[in-house]
Ligand binder design. Structure first.
Ligand SMILES: Nc1ncnc2c1ncn2[C@@H]1O[C@H](COP(=O)(O)OP(=O)(O)OP(=O)(O)O)[C@@H](O)[C@H]1O
Length: 275
C-alpha cells in the first residue's frame, strides 16, 4: 500500500469513527509529516490505518476533560509576523491570539518555523514585519539550552525569581515545589551541566512557570521526560489553563490536540489557526 493510499484510508477510518473534520485533517497531516520526516513507510511506522485510527480514537476518548471556564482577556496577540533567514522565508504572515484561560498548540513539520515563531513571541528574536503584544508577565521554556552550566538549580530559581520580583527564599521554595510536581528533587550541589537532558528540561520548565506568569510559551518542553513526567506535564498545562494563564505549546504529539483551544499549523500551505 502506498503512503498516499494509507493516509487516505486513515482519513476514512477517522471519519467513520466520527472524528470532526478539523481533527481528522490534523491527525492525517501530522501522520503525513511524520512519514516525510522519518522516511519510513506508513505500514511500518503506524501499522494498519484501521489499527492506528482505533488507537487515536481510544487515546482521545480516554483523555481527562476538565471543566472549562470562559476565556478571559487577550494576553498574547501576534499579528502578521514574517521572518526570513537570508533569502529564505521561514515564516509567512502569521497571526495568533491567545486569551487568558486558553491553550494554543503550534504544530507542523520539522523546520517549518515553530521555534522561530515562539522566540519572536517571547521577544527573543525580531520579526522582519508584524507585531507581538503581550499583556502581563511572560515565561518561556526553550526546546533546549536556557540553563547555565555552572549554576545550581536553586541559583537558577533565584535568578528567574529576581526578574519576577521574588525574594531568594520564595524563589527557592517555589522552584523546589515546582520541581517536586515533576517528580524531581534538585540536588543542592549539582550544577546544571551535570544534569541529564530530561532533568535540564524540567529545570527550564520550572523556571518558565516560576511565580505564575500570565503567558507561558513552551517549546516542546517535555523532551527527554519519562512517561510519568510527560503525563504530569499535560496535567500542569490543563491546571495552568484553568487558573487563567494563556499558554502556547509547540508540540509534535497528536493525542492532546483535541483538548487545546486552537491549533496553529505552520506547515507551508496549511497556515491557519483552527479553533
Ligand atoms: N539563526 C538561523 N539562521 C539561519 N537559519 C535558521 C536560523 N534559525 C533557524 N533557521 C532555519 O529556519 C527554519 C525554521 O527553524 P525552526 O527551528 O523555527 O523550525 P521548527 O519548526 O521549530 O523545527 P523543529 O520541529 O525541528 O524543532 C529551519 O530551516 C532552520 O534551519
Amino acid at each position: 500500500m502506498t503512503d498516499e493510499r494509507w493516509l487516505h484510508a486513515l482519513g476514512q477510518e477517522l471519519a467513520r469513527h466520527r472524528l470532526t473534520p478539523d481533527l481528522t485533517h490534523h491527525v492525517v497531516a501530522e501522520a503525513a509529516a511524520h512519514l516525510r520526516d522519518s522516511g519510513q513507510p506508513a505500514l511500518r511506522a503506524f501499522g494498519t490505518p484501521q489499527g492506528y485510527a482505533a488507537a487515536v480514537v481510544e487515546s482521545l476518548a480516554s483523555q481527562h476533560r476538565p471543566p472549562r471556564r470562559p476565556p478571559g482577556r487577550v494576553r498574547l496577540r501576534a499579528s502578521q509576523i514574517t521572518k526570513r533567514y537570508g533569502r529564505r522565508t521561514v515564516l509567512g504572515p502569521t497571526d495568533l491570539t491567545v486569551r487568558a484561560g486558553e491553550v494554543a498548540a503550534i504544530v507542523g513539520a520539522n523546520g517549518c518555523g515553530k521555534s522561530t515563531f515562539l522566540r519572536i513571541c517571547a521577544g527573543l528574536l525580531s520579526p522582519d514585519s508584524g507585531e507581538v503584544v503581550v499583556d502581563g508577565v511572560l515565561g518561556y521554556c526553550p526546546q533546549n539550552g536556557g540553563t547555565y552550566d555552572f549554576l545550581l538549580p536553586e541559583e537558577h530559581f533565584v535568578l528567574v525569581g529576581a526578574g519576577r520580583g521574588l525574594d531568594r527564599a520564595r524563589s527557592r521554595r517555589l522552584g523546589r515545589s515546582g520541581a517536586a510536581t515533576l517528580q524531581w528533587e534538585p540536588a543542592r550541589d549539582t550544577q546544571a551541566r551535570h544534569l541529564s537532558g530530561g532533568t535540564r528540561q524540567k529545570l527550564n520548565l520550572v523556571m518558565a512557570a516560576l511565580g505564575d506568569p500570565d503567558v507561558l510559551l513552551l517549546d516542546e518542553p517535555y523532551q527527554g521526560f519519562d512517561r510519568g513526567a510527560y503525563l504530569d506535564f499535560w496535567q500542569h498545562v490543563w491546571r495552568w489553563r484553568d487558573e487563567g494563564r494563556a499558554i502556547v505549546v509547540v508540540t509534535h504529539l497528536l493525542n492532546q490536540l483535541d483538548q487545546v483551544d486552537q491549533v496553529l499549523d505552520l506547515t507551508p500551505g496549511t497556515r491557519e489557526a483552527a479553533a
